[in-house]
Write a protein that binds this ligand. Sequence first.
Ligand SMILES: [Zn+2]
Length: 103
Amino acid sequence: MKIKVVKEHRKRALELIDMAEQIVKEGDIELARRYVRLALTYSSKFRFKLPLVYKRKICRKCFVPLIPGLTERRRIKNKVIVRTCIYCGWVRRYPVKKTDKGG
Ligand SMILES: [Zn+2]
């Protein structure tokens, strides 16, 4: 029973982040932030972890979905991705994976 509830909220949280991504592309930053915040609330309330790929989709400081060229500045320096949130200046760095293409 409890596991089922957690599973449902986890699914919902991922959906919310996907939707937030779309919304931010349409220009509604505030609504997108609200969706992301709700997803993170689910994550802490129901104690599940968001997949890494989803965690990397959002700014952990101001909750904006990060979209390169739109809400995020992305640079690659010495095989390290440097991502900057254009709204709050939050910076995150991590190594480029071998499977990642481009630059
Ligand atoms: Zn931010």
